[in-house]
Design a protein around this ligand. Structure first.
Ligand SMILES: [Zn+2]
Length: 111
């Protein structure tokens, strides 16, 4: 029979182990723009059936950049950028747990 452990440590362990699956994460945000290509006889000329342009909006050396992505890679890139969000959320939770544990340990030492 497994002894019940510290739920905080179990959660931290679970989060740490989940980070490996996020190793292909990408920075920035995923952007989908609608645009007309300008060709007069294209389907987009009506102003409604616009083309999708996919981009990664990201800071490179502190400067904002918009990097174009081919449509066939758009879904993949969207997922990789979502990985970054999950990575950050996991890191924030781990830091919160560690801070709580640190403050608790400090208190116990002073008691
Ligand atoms: Zn067009």
């Amino acid at each position: 029979m497994k002894t019940p452990g510290d739920p905080d440590l179990e959660l931290r362990g679970r989060l740490i182990r989940s980070l490996g699956s996020l190793r292909e994460m990408l920075p920035g945000s995923f952007v989908e723009r609608k645009r007309a290509c300008g060709r007069p006889n294209c389907r987009c000329a009506d102003g409604k059936s616009l083309h999708s342009q996919y981009q990664i909006s990201v800071l490179i050396d502190g400067k904002p950049k918009a990097l174009n992505i081919p449509a066939q890679l758009a879904e993949l890139v969207r997922e990789k950028i979502e990985m970054r969000r999950r990575f950050d959320a996991a890191a924030a939770t781990i830091c919160g747990l560690n801070l709580k544990r640190f403050l608790k340990a400090k208190e116990d030492r002073q008691a």
